[in-house]
Design a protein around this ligand. Structure first.
Ligand code: PMP
Length: 402
């Protein structure tokens, strides 16, 4: 969340408010825009398709939907070749959880504390932050220890956190589970990278318990982490189901679930459809996004500029005691603010002060984390080195003035 700002226009890494003031957008990239605000290729694809035909995906066929489905599947490893389109990340995760339950015949799902997966009934269940949960029945979900290298009880020891998953299966279920869902890097939770070795260890535990592995790539997908196209690839695992949204359409409302033909078969017993999920206009946008990522070399840019930006943020740590941790990959970065580095006491109001002052100087960064004390830096992937310098200089100046 960034302080109130009424935006009227966007152009690549910049947005403009109602008074014509320009801001460098180092946050909105995650919310929707992977390629850059109103990237001309994506706009053109949307406008052309809107002029040609807009309709539901349910009643008639359209080649855009198939073309985009095939292009997405081509980016996935292994047997992940069947694509279902939805309108959002929440819907994608709801569908993934239902498929896991139907496929395994089990109900229990395991998710990680501090994760965010959506705000409908099942997804709110697997989400594990109280301020994203309403008081409705949320059954069959177990939240395991967060393998958080900074605040977690076992530090960087991924295998120890994975033992908690086995404990939960042993003591909280019949020994079999429907599945496990996780983000490769927790986004809303404050850009938390999972401790090394955690996901591969959990993968084999879940497989032994008969469950499927769901990778929520809503934030970490589409090249954002720089080193890989999908966040899970950095952990050396191939999930059974992958869920996508946000940057997939560069602002067009679309989500997707990608899975194997074998798991996909569970949807044949009833008619699954979404009236507008993957409609021709959004599918055209999605296809244009994949082309732009390739053409503008956005994954490479996320890697090069993201690494540079992270280095510069790390060097700010030497100067400002308030920075407790700098983390993330590519253009999915977080700066955790603390009152005391040893005790890791989260700051209370300073984060909003910093956000506001940076905004006044023309740079937008986000806020997140369980304590709300993490600055989230998730720009459009076209962010360049000068933008990175400007952001860090503004942050440096703002922190110096506190
Ligand atoms: N998964 C993750 C990792 C997310 O960050 C979000 C949105 N913040 C969602 C799922 C839900 O997506 P949507 O808001 O499109 O429903």
């Amino acid at each position: 969340m960034v302080a109130q700002l009424n935006l009227v226009e966007g152009k690549m890494q910049y947005v403009y408010d109602e008074n014509g003031r320009r801001y460098l957008d180092a946050f909105g990239g995650i919310a929707t825009v992977s390629c850059g605000h109103c990237h001309p290729d994506v706009v053109e694809a949307i406008v052309n398709q809107t002029r040609l035909l807009q309709h539901t995906t349910v009643l008639y066929l359209n080649h855009n939907v198939v073309d985009f489905g095939e292009a997405l599947a081509a980016k996935m490893p292994g047997e992940l070749k069947v694509v279902f389109f939805t309108n959002s990340g929440t819907e994608a995760n709801e569908l993934a959880l239902m498929m896991a339950r139907l496929y395994t015949g089990c109900h229990d799902i395991i998710s990680i504390r501090n994760g965010y997966h959506g705000n409908a009934t099942s997804t709110m269940g697997v989400t594990a932050q109280f301020y994203h949960k309403f008081n409705v029945v949320q059954t069959g979900v177990h939240h395991v220890l967060n393998p958080d290298p900074y605040r977690g009880v076992f530090g960087l020891d991924g295998a120890k956190y994975a033992n908690d998953v086995q404990d939960i299966i042993n003591h909280g279920t019949c020994g079999h589970v429907a599945g496990f869902v996780a983000e490769a890097i927790q986004g809303v939770g404050g850009v938390i990278e999972l401790a090394p070795g955690y996901l591969p260890a959990v993968y084999s535990i879940i497989k032994k318990a008969g469950g499927v592995f769901i990778a929520d790539e809503v934030q970490s997908g589409f090249g954002r982490t720089g080193s890989h196209f999908w966040g899970f690839e950095a952990h050396g695992i191939v999930p059974d189901i992958v869920t996508l949204a946000k940057g997939i359409g560069n602002g067009a409302p679309i989500g997707a679930v990608v899975t194997t033909p074998e798991i996909a078969k569970v949807l044949k017993y009833a008619y699954y459809f979404s009236t507008f999920g993957g409609n021709p206009v959004c599918a055209a946008a999605g296809l244009a996004v994949l082309n732009v990522i390739e053409k503008d070399k956005l994954q490479q840019n996320a890697y090069v500029v993201g690494s540079y930006l992270k280095d510069r943020l790390n060097s700010l740590m030497e100067k400002h005691e308030i920075i407790g941790d700098v983390r993330g990959r590519g253009m999915l970065l977080g700066v955790e603010l603390v009152k005391d580095r040893k005790l890791k006491t989260p700051v209370k109001d300073e984060n909003m002060q910093i956000l506001e002052q940076m905004k006044d100087m023309g740079v937008l960064v986000g806020k997140g984390g369980f304590y709300g004390n993490v600055l989230r830096i998730t720009p459009p992937l076209c962010f360049n080195k000068e933008d990175a310098d400007f952001l860090v200089d503004v942050m440096d100046y703002t922190m110096s003035k506190m």
